[in-house]
Design a protein around this ligand. Structure first.
Ligand code: ADP
Length: 475
């Protein structure tokens, strides 16, 4: 991110400031000045029409004399802070306030042309060059018998208007300064609410990209940014967990491969260098054979798990009679059962019971469960495989009266390579993969498997399978 977001925001803030400044220093003064001039002109114009209708018209109808009008207009001009003139249509100045009345002196305003005002009732100029600088002038005609007899002109110095305009502008400048200062609050908010958390998130992402998945960070807000940070944290934890699992998995695999390989190598070397005499070779070769069997089992187990993981839901589902599969699997253990004098009792629901599942995989589930049951059963005991129907599902239980699983071990038995300590002693051929394969297969079928076990009493593994359409209709 390299601070660019912050720089962009600062730039936007600066541009906003410049535009505000231009608006307040260029447009506002012009608009204010125009508005003040217009207001003043309106006020003066109503005075001018009043004068033209009263004092001035009296002058032309000879009701009042020039002297009286002059005195009254002088007072009014002081009050209005302006100059009042009465001008004949020809441009002759009849009277001007604040100047002595001199009837002999004839003052003509050159180029006097009332139509120069256009449609407006006021103008800002030097009033036909009678002033050296611009003044505000309003002009009202004096009429009598529908004839224009003259004009009342009121001139106001722009200085007073400028002064009040400046007064008003000062208020605008102060307001602008206050707005700019207050908008710093937005900048602070942006920094605290958006920029700082984003920096934390960016830094964390950099850490994760470098492989430091254990990096933790805190963003205390319950908005979208807080949610993003929480999601990122969670994702990193998950990846870190997977990485740890992976390391543990590799460590387990290497350990489980290394120990049989070491013993095979040890026995073979001892046989070759004569440490083991030839008459004992058969005994040790059998041990070596057992070890290779274990390695084959381990490799097959790993391959099965890997296939289940990569293929995911890719099951070859068919409708098959589970009773046949249970009978066939149980029969395959006949020799093992005979050697341990163990009996397998089958309590199956119906002659035929069709389920919809992957036949080969379910066969493997049954094989692993019965294999474990025999392994962990005492001599002269009975293993019971039972099926029962419940809400369109077939529940299959494999129950033994063997050594059982300690309570504290029960949550670990589904983990890869997990073998309880007691079973390590009892079952050297175990790989610790059997139940994780079982769980994976049942999960792929979107079904469940549970264990109920008491140490020293026995274990029961129960899993469910969906009935085939045919069986559910019959049901
Ligand atoms: P293994 O190849 O060692 O049998 P599993 O994954 O099949 O691996 O089983 C994991 C562990 O669960 C076993 O080592 C054993 O401790 C325990 N276990 C599994 N089935 C039974 C059972 N029927 N009775 C007692 N313990 C069992």
């Amino acid at each position: 991110m390299k601070k660019t977001l912050y720089l962009k925001f600062m730039l936007a803030y600066f541009i906003f400031g410049v535009f505000c400044f231009i608006a307040v220093t260029v447009f506002v003064p012009n608009m204010t000045r125009e508005r003040l001039i217009k207001e003043k002109a309106e006020a003066l114009y109503s005075e001018a029409t009043l004068i033209s209708n009263t004092y001035a018209s009296g002058l032309y109808t000879s009701e009042t004399d020039l002297e009286t009008v002059k005195t009254q207009l002088d007072a009014l001009a002081v009050y209005l802070n302006s100059t009042i003139r009465i001008i004949n249509p020809s441009g002759r100045l009849v009277l001007e306030t604040q100047k002595p009345l001199n009837v002999e002196e004839v003052v003509i305003i050159d180029n006097f042309d009332p139509t120069a005002m256009g449609g407006s009732y006021y103008m800002v100029n030097t009033f036909f060059d009678t002033y050296s600088s611009n003044v505000l002038t309003v002009l009202a005609p004096i009429t009598s018998n529908y004839m224009v007899k003259g004009y009342v002109a009121i001139h106001c110095d722009l200085g007073t208007i400028e002064a009040s305009c400046n007064g008003l502008l000062r208020i605008s400048y102060i307001t602008l300064a206050i707005i700019m200062m207050l908008s710093v609050i937005i900048l602070i908010f942006f920094t605290e609410i958006v920029y700082v958390p984003l920096r934390k998130i960016t830094f964390a992402t950099e850490q994760y990209a470098q492989g430091n998945m254990h990096y933790e960070f805190q963003v205390d807000s319950d908005d979208e940014i807080g949610y993003l940070a929480a999601c990122l944290n969670y994702m990193a934890k998950q990846i870190a967990g997977t990485e740890d699992d992976q390391k543990k998995f590799v460590a387990n695999v290497s350990h489980d491969f290394r120990s049989p390989l070491t013993s095979i190598r040890g026995f073979l070397e001892a046989m070759l260098d004569g440490t083991i005499p030839p008459e004992k070779h058969e005994h040790y070769l059998n041990i070596v054979l057992n070890e290779t069997e274990r390695l084959t089992k381990l490799t097959n187990g790993l391959l099965t798990l890997n296939n289940l993981n990569t293929k995911g839901m890719m099951l070859n589902r068919t409708d098959f009679n589970i009773n046949d599969v249970i009978r066939a699997t149980a029969a395959s253990f006949e020799a093992t059962c005979r050697s341990k004098t163990i009996a397998i009792s089958l309590v199956l629901t119906g002659e035929e019971m069709y389920v919809n599942a992957d036949l080969e995989k379910i066969q493997q589930v049954l094989y692993n469960l019965i294999d474990n049951a025999i392994k962990f059963s005492h001599h002269d005991s009975v293993i019971c495989v039972e099926t029962s129907l419940k809400k369109n599902k077939l529940f299959i239980s494999v129950k033994d009266t063997g050594i059982g699983i300690p309570k504290e071990d029960q949550k670990f038995i589904w983990d890869r390579f997990y073998k309880s300590d007691s079973s390590r002693g009892k079952d050297k051929k175990g790989t610790g993969l059997g139940l994780s394969i079982v769980k994976e297969i049942i999960n792929c079928h979107n079904e469940h498997i549970n264990v109920v076990s008491t140490e020293g009493v026995g274990s029961e593994f129960i899993f469910s399978l969906p009935l085939s359409k045919k069986s559910s209709e019959e049901d």
